[in-house]
Design a protein. Structure first.
Length: 291
């Protein structure tokens, strides 16, 4: 894995890391995660001869916090990084909250993107009443001030779990977490190695303390507003929308809405799968990204 920071024209830093070698894929991580999320795809990247680039959004990991985070602002930052890396064209992959920023990038730089796959992604405005599979996240979305307190508690729990993943999985909270996921997702959260990588990425997301907490809250507030980028500019048939039918974090109606908003999007609903459907279909993903 190669980790670096890129200096933007205004002096801000953009943290990113790279795994694999081959065709370039720009990865947009989930909300309350970081560039390290691509480690979940490291073996896949080498097997499919792909080079996956994960980028921290502002306030997460190594990227400088900014107030009033926007889809346009981050898309422009990312494109400067793509130019810096010397890529004329690149495939795009976004999971969960990262799917929103992935679509923002495709809408603003359609000529740069070969294919885009967004998985378990919210359609904007995201409905907080049915979002997520835990009350803490919904609470944070509906009540910003009190949500800060809830997210600080979440940060403490993530950091604690990351210190000893085995102890976390054996704890009451770990067992309750498994119960909150769909049956398909629970298999992933029962895998010690997978959980260690995911919680490592989440812990990295919170490395800036209160700034990171603010960044998470900002994203949730952003998701509750209408799109601020022209999805109609996306070339027809360029985007693949994947959704697990049993996803409790981002409900299946989001995929249907995206299918209407993105021109000729290839919408696929996976029966019996949940929020982690991406990692259940790596062979198919490889075929799309490599084509």
């Amino acid at each position: 894995m190669m980790e670096q920071t890129f200096s933007l024209p205004d002096g801000r830093q953009l943290g990113y890391c790279v795994v694999g070698e081959g065709k370039h894929v720009l990865y947009f991580h989930g909300t309350a995660s970081s560039r390290l999320e691509i480690l979940l795809l490291e073996e896949f990247a080498f097997a499919r001869q792909l080079q996956i680039i994960g980028v921290d959004r502002p306030g997460f990991g190594l990227s400088t916090f900014v107030r009033n985070k926007s889809l346009r602002g981050f898309a422009k930052d990312v494109d400067l990084l793509v130019e810096h890396l010397g890529f004329d064209q690149i495939a795009v992959l976004g999971w969960s909250g990262g799917g929103v920023f992935a679509l923002g990038y495709v809408a603003l730089f359609p000529e740069r993107v070969t294919k885009a796959v967004v998985v378990g992604a919210p359609a904007l405005p995201f409905d907080a009443a049915i979002a997520h599979n835990n009350s803490l996240a919904r609470f944070a979305m509906k009540f910003p001030y009190l949500g800060m307190l809830a997210l600080k508690r979440m940060r403490a729990q993530v950091l604690k779990a990351n210190v000893d993943v085995d102890k976390f999985l054996a704890s009451k909270r770990g067992r309750n977490l498994l119960k909150s996921w769909s049956e398909a997702d629970a298999r992933f959260f029962s895998d010690r190695t997978w959980v260690a990588l995911l919680y490592g990425s989440m812990a990295e997301a919170f490395r800036q303390g209160n700034q990171s907490v603010k960044a998470v809250l900002q994203e949730h507030m952003l998701f509750m507003k209408p799109w601020t980028v022209p999805l109609t500019r996306i070339p027809r048939g360029k985007v693949f929308v994947w959704q697990g039918a049993e996803d409790k974090t981002c409900r299946v109606d989001n995929a249907f809405r995206l299918g209407k908003e993105v021109p000729d999007a290839h919408v696929e609903i996976f029966a019996g799968k949940g929020h982690c459907v991406l990692f259940d279909n790596l062979e198919k993903l490889g075929e799309i990204l490599s084509s």
